[in-house]
Design a protein around this ligand. Structure first.
Ligand code: AHG
Ligand code: MN
Ligand code: MN
Length: 336
């Protein structure tokens, strides 16, 4: 028997490729892994430890917070703030960025995270996840501000997610491909199980919340109508549909077997002043980085998501991502 490649082994190797890296990056990814292991443990225990249900509060986006949204956020702060690897944090569940207390050692990274993605699924025992995006903090700045986070996705130095499904899996990119690690719950390590994952360029599977169909813009309606027409329509082949309502689980499926995922902008969201539902900085950007690193594509229907300049930490964006040829097709419909 042998141990295999642990996440820690892998990160140490990855760090060697980052110029000027000092071990802080390895430390940071270890902190993230610890937080995810703790959340995984709670998700797994569920009702036994009383973490299901709503917290009785709303987040900055006006959404009902689940108990586990709040707990996962606290776990991330506890795991990341103390160890001298980060300079500030931002999260879906915090209105403002989190500044480190004055006596904490400052590190050189900024982390943005969605502590629990797909949280509407937690009470019904369906997969949820955590998403994170890592940026470099501006050198020499004691307390980075919101403006230091508002950088396009192309400046991310690493991104990942942890999927709490039948297995707990950590999926990570540091800008040279995508690797997947499966948590061995008995000995508490993430072990490398899928190396250099690539998304097939073609697919016959799409994921969209079709209940919003009447609010969609014409290019999205056209694309889905053509998929639904299947063999009898212009596409000349049948399509399958999936919708889990956990972006982490959808992206994971796409990484494993291909597919296209979209949460397009629509007239209902626009009437609320939102351009899309998903959040640019801690959902769309990290997932786009992962998808592009796996040979897929990610746009807002018009432009590459990772080149958009954020105006706000909690900014929303339309998302189309996955198998390259399908994302290209839907994007071209927006230009027609
Ligand atoms: P979160 O639980 O972090 O708020 O994110 C949920 C997101 C995403 O994971 C999912 O794809 C989408 O919201 C589901 O939206 P609908 O409920 O509108 O289908
Ligand atoms: Mn989310
Ligand atoms: Mn969330």
């Amino acid at each position: 028997m042998y141990i295999g490649t642990t996440l820690t082994n892998y990160i140490i190797e990855a760090q060697r490729t980052i110029e000027g890296a000092t071990g802080e990056f390895t430390g940071l990814l270890n902190d993230i892994a610890v937080a995810c292991k703790k959340i995984s443990d709670l998700v797994n225990k569920g009702d036994l430890v009383g973490i299901l249900g709503t917290a009785g509060s709303e987040n900055v986006q006006g959404e009902q917070q689940k108990k586990l949204d709040v707990i996962s956020n606290e776990i991330f702060i506890e795991a990341l703030a103390h160890n001298g690897h980060v300079a500030a944090l931002a999260s879906e569940e915090m209105d403002e960025i989190y500044h480190l207390p004055a006596d904490y050692v400052r590190g050189k990274y900024l982390v943005l995270f969605d502590p629990l993605d797909g949280s509407s699924n937690i009470d019904v025992d369906v997969s949820v996840g955590t998403i994170f995006s890592i940026l470099k903090a501006p050198p020499g700045v004691e307390n980075p501000g919101t403006e230091d986070f508002l950088k396009p996705g192309v400046t991310q130095i690493a991104a990942g997610y942890c999927l709490y499904g039948p297995s707990t899996m950590m999926v990570l990119t540091t800008g040279s491909g995508v690797n997947m690690f499966t948590l061995d719950r008995d000995f508490g390590e993430f072990l490398l199980t899928h190396e250099n994952v690539t998304i097939p360029e073609d697919t016959q599977e799409f994921a969209v919340n079709a209940s919003n169909m009447r609010f969609w813009e014409p290019p999205v309606k056209r694309y889905i109508d053509e998929c639904l027409a299947g063999k009898d329509g212009v596409r000349g082949k049948d399509f399958n549909m999936r919708w889990i309502a956990s972006m982490v689980a959808e992206v994971h499926r796409i990484l494993v077997r291909g597919g296209i995922f979209m949460y397009p902008s629509d007239s209902k969201l626009k009437a609320k002043g939102q351009d899309g539902k998903l959040r640019l900085m801690y959902e769309a950007n990290p997932m786009s980085f992962i998808v592009e690193q796996a040979n897929g594509m990610a746009t807002n229907g018009r432009e590459r998501i990772m080149t958009l300049t954020p105006q706000d930490i909690h900014q929303r964006v339309a998302v189309v991502l996955g198998s390259k040829n399908e994302v290209e097709r839907l994007t071209s419909y927006h230009q027609a």
